[in-house]
Design a protein around this ligand. Structure first.
Ligand SMILES: Cc1cc2nc3c(=O)[nH]c(=O)nc-3n(C[C@H](O)[C@H](O)[C@H](O)COP(=O)(O)O)c2cc1C
Length: 452
């Protein structure tokens, strides 16, 4: 995990004009599972208690955030066929959790990740419309396709649909859900008769003050980007480093134009981790501590077990990589612990890791810290990070960030108490909510054809 280096003098072509009055939009993406959440923080809260969620969402509302955003999954993470017991585990449905949070908040947007592979459009659009109406127009839907077959094998449709066909279904799903939201009061039902989505349905919930839920999209392949260009209001990408944020933004805006949409009709919010300190040195020390907790020695072994498919508990995490070959079972694409390209390219990936470890004399745990953590963090004083955020939004490399917390609640308290005032001082962050809906917070245009 290397801290981001951002050159504040560069104004590259991002497919949109430099905007001196651009604003930073902030959300928090709370996965509920996974190594990024540090359990060992002595001041940490219970990661699955409802009181934790209430406290976080109220803190974020005090910090004038656009959205609180939950990941979702219909099967918990596993390692070698058992529940991954080093992770926070157990995943209540995101819409259910957000409905509870709607009742104790007034402004903040509430975004539920729900996949378009193992749900039904009439059923899911009704539940999302319910959250949207009951929250006064604050709901969002993060459209994902889910990157593994074994989720489906947990219940319902089994292991079905290859990667590209999931996006075909997601596009038909989003079009059907949108048509249903727009159809309130219509005389005839909405009909969908494609190969992957078949339904005849009438809307059951009137539109909220924002017309319909705001559509987020996460998924970075060409199919994912096309889905975003056709349907999304917000994209959550993992292209956070400045150069990759620039090329992602340019590519997405080219796709938006090809769909006949304005480049300002979609907000781009890459994932980001923020680690703040009173001095640069203090922030760097904290970043080192966070990384050590996220990728502890037992977790490093579990990380590599997901690639080797073998029990590695007999290996010393401070010693060299195992010299054995991975189990062939791990190449089975129905296993869901790692991304598809990593699964299929695993042999090459392991060879490249061996080369990196040999060249830099890295132990198992040191290598896992290099290759096993996802987000490059913004590390520094609040002022320095605020300058970087301002640069991203003014150049339109991004419109803001989805922050991934590492310690709960302290990493988010730092952002609200230390970073937000610095952003406000630079004129890139609101000093009060000016609207009441998520769509208004994001300064998005009204949805086409919205029912009222
Ligand atoms: C930033 C990000 C967040 C994601 N969050 C979830 C999630 O919460 N639940 C889920 O089932 N899939 C999630 N996905 C996986 C996507 O649904 C998708 O299956 C995966 O990224 C593979 O598609 P791609 O090749 O287009 O990236 C996420 C993907 C990204 C990039």
């Amino acid at each position: 995990m290397t801290a981001l280096a951002v050159d504040l003098d560069r104004r590259p072509d991002t497919g949109a004009a430099y905007d001196v009055v651009a604003q930073v939009h902030l959300g928090v993406f709370y996965t509920g599972v996974g190594p990024q959440l540090v359990w060992s923080d002595p001041d940490g809260l219970d990661h699955t208690a409802v009181s934790t969620y209430l406290r976080i969402v109220q803190l974020l509302e005090r910090g004038l955030f656009d959205a609180f955003f939950l990941g979702d999954g219909q099967r918990v993470r596993e390692n070698r066929g058992r529940i991954h017991d080093l992770d926070p585990s157990g995943r209540p449905d995101a819409i259910t959790q957000l409905s509870a949070l709607a009742s104790v908040t007034h402004r903040i947007g509430l975004v539920a990740t729900q996949n378009a592979t193992y749900n039904h459009p009439a059923e899911l659009s009704r539940r999302l419309a319910g959250l949207d109406l009951l929250s006064g127009g604050r709901a969002g839907w993060n459209i994902v396709t889910t990157d593994n077959a074994w989720t489906g094998a947990n219940f319902r449709a089994g292991a079905w649909l290859p990667h590209e066909r999931r996006y075909e279904r997601a596009a038909a799903f989003a079009a059907t859900a949108t048509a249903l939201w727009q159809s309130w009061g219509a005389d005839v039902p909405v009909e969908a008769h494609s190969e992957l989505v078949r339904t005849t349905a009438r809307a059951t919930v009137p539109p909220s003050p924002q017309g319909r839920p705001v559509l987020f999209q996460s998924g970075d392949s060409s199919g994912g980007r096309d889905l975003a260009a056709a349907h999304a209001d917000v994209v959550y990408s993992l292209n956070t480093e400045f150069d990759s944020a620039v090329s992602y933004a340019k590519d997405l805006r080219t796709r938006l134009r090809a769909c006949g949409r304005s480049v300002d009709s979609v907000r781009i919010l890459p994932g980001a981790t923020v680690i703040l300190g009173a001095t640069e040195a203090e922030a760097t020390d904290k970043a080192r501590w966070v990384l050590e907790q996220q990728m502890s020695p037992p977790r490093a072994l579990a990380f590599f077990e997901q690639f080797w498919g073998t029990d590695l508990s007999g290996y010393d995490p401070h010693g060299p990589l195992p010299d054995i070959e991975p189990s062939p079972d791990e190449l089975d694409p129905s296993r869901g612990t790692i991304t598809p390209e990593r699964r299929t390219g695993k042999t090459a990936l392991i060879a490249s890791w061996r080369a990196m470890a040999a060249e830099r004399r890295l132990s198992i745990v040191q290598l896992a810290r290099e290759v096993g953590t996802r987000r490059a963090p913004f590390v520094g004083t609040p002022g320095r990070v605020a300058d970087q955020f301002a640069h991203y939004v003014r150049t339109r490399a991004a419109d803001g960030f989805n922050l991934g917390p590492h310690t709960i609640p302290s990493s988010l308290e730092d952002v609200v108490n230390l970073l937000v005032p610095e952003l406000q001082e630079r004129g890139v962050y609101r000093s009060a909510y000016t609207g009441s809906t998520l769509r208004e917070h994001l300064a998005l245009p009204a949805p086409a054809g919205a029912a009222s």
